[in-house]
Design a protein around this ligand. Structure first.
Ligand SMILES: C[S@@+](CC[C@H](N)C(=O)[O-])C[C@H]1O[C@@H](n2cnc3c(N)ncnc32)[C@H](O)[C@@H]1O
Ligand code: SF4
Length: 385
């Protein structure tokens, strides 16, 4: 009989405000009007964490991620207050990675020293592009010079673990423009680059009124292949669909998600996934989405948007949805430890994937092939019950 063994634990903290809403973005982010209620929101985060603590008694937190929204709208003393409250309630691993998402348009002088002192040791900058015309079309609040200055300020303050988010397949973008974006990114020598294809998400302005000149699927594929080669040449190894890192600089927090690890999610609209060895089940919990509703209800059952136990029928799909994004693949032993299911349930789908040349297996370890990586969604669908 396979047995579910709780995997490593991470903590996600959602900070939901932005200077303004970008027209392509469907994250739970809201244009902040007037003075933001930092103190009230932090009180709510702490109440939320207190409510979730019994789910993770005694477990060690290996990474923390402040996501948004624009976490860098919160001043360093606010981030320090959150981290102090969290570390007073949870056991942090001494080497825990602590990331803060940063919009270059919010980088005030002196902020980065404060974040470092507060305990943040990794920054993720939403750069998107270094082309000023593209940034304007994307409704960004910064230009390329501000983006470069922000990254340099952070490096001068002592941050050496920096990610840059770039998007490609932008309106009017050709291969040369995408290449230029990467060259400007390489010049800043970040440890990590996330390279996302711009997607038109329902409930966004871009979905309702798509901008002119978005590259079609074939053109987007050409940009992606070309950029993958450039990233590899520059020393950034791809380890996930959109993630590239220098040796040893993969994002521990995101890796834990993709390896089907556990995470507490606190804050407006945050999602968590927690395994229980005693109950041999996995709980998904999410919080109410709207920041004001969250602040009004935090710490009470009314702040919980939903609790859902993942059924055994759905577990293989949910596991593969994460693991098959990773180049490293998975082992059957790990599948059993993280789902509590016997790996024999995978056999029919694995046989099909291997016949089609999508996965290659060796001694119980499976990895997506180059062909499989091109058809990630089709491969994952094989594991739907
Ligand atoms: C929460 S935001 C990062 C921090 C900050 N809010 C910012 O934008 O500067 C996460 C990242 O997701 C990416 N992203 C957001 N919407 C996207 C979309 N529709 N298509 C592709 N990537 C998207 C962007 O690269 C963005 O930096
Ligand atoms: S992309 Fe970032 S800055 Fe823009 S609305 Fe979304 S979360 Fe806010």
């Amino acid at each position: 009989m396979a047995s579910l063994i709780p995997p490593p634990l991470s903590l996600y903290i959602h900070l939901p405000w932005c200077v303004r809403k970008c027209p392509y973005c469907d994250f739970n982010s809201h244009a902040g009007k007037g003075a933001l209620p930092f103190d009230a929101y932090i009180d709510a985060l702490i109440a939320d964490l207190d409510q979730d603590l019994p789910l993770v008694w005694g477990r060690v937190v290996n990474s923390v991620f402040f996501g948004g929204g624009t976490p860098s709208l919160f001043p360093p003393d606010a981030i320090a207050r959150i981290l102090d409250a969290a570390s007073a309630r949870l056991r942090f691993a001494p080497s825990a990675e602590v990331t803060l998402e940063t919009n270059p348009g919010t980088a005030e002088h002196g902020r980065f020293d404060g974040y470092l002192k507060a305990g943040v040791n990794r920054l993720s900058f939403g750069i998107q592009s270094f082309n000023d015309a593209a940034l304007e079309k994307l409704g960004r609040i910064h230009d390329s010079a501000q983006a470069e200055t922000a990254v340099k300020l952070a490096q001068d303050a002592g941050f050496d673990n920096i990610n840059l988010d770039l998007m490609y397949a932008l309106p009017g973008q050709d291969l040369a423009a995408a290449e230029h974006d990467l060259e400007r990114a390489f010049a800043l020598q970040p440890a990590h680059i996330s390279h996302y294809q711009l997607t038109l998400e329902p409930n966004t302005i871009f979905f309702a009124r798509p901008p002119k000149g978005i590259p079609d699927e074939d053109a987007a594929w050409d940009i992606q292949e070309h950029c993958q080669a450039l990233l590899a040449q520059a020393g950034y190894a791809q380890y996930e669909v959109s993630a590239y890192a220098r040796p040893g600089r993969q994002c521990a927090h995101n890796l834990n998600y993709w390896r089907f690890g556990d995470y507490l999610g606190i804050g407006a609209g945050a999602h968590g996934k927690i395994s229980s060895g005693a109950q041999q089940q996995i709980l998904r919990r999410w919080k109410v989405k709207h920041p004001q509703t969250f602040m009004d209800t935090a710490g009470t059952p009314a702040s919980i948007g939903g609790d859902d136990i993942i059924t055994p029928e759905r577990l293989p799909f949910e596991y593969m949805l994460n693991l098959l994004r990773l180049h490293e693949g998975f082992s059957e032993r790990d599948f059993s430890a993280r789902t509590g299911l016997d790996a024999a349930v995978l056999a029919p789908a694995l046989a099909t994937a291997s016949t089609r040349g999508w996965l290659s297996g060796n001694d119980g370890h499976w990895q997506p092939t180059e062909l499989g990586r091109r058809f990630t969604n089709d491969v994952i669908e094989l594991f739907l019950a």
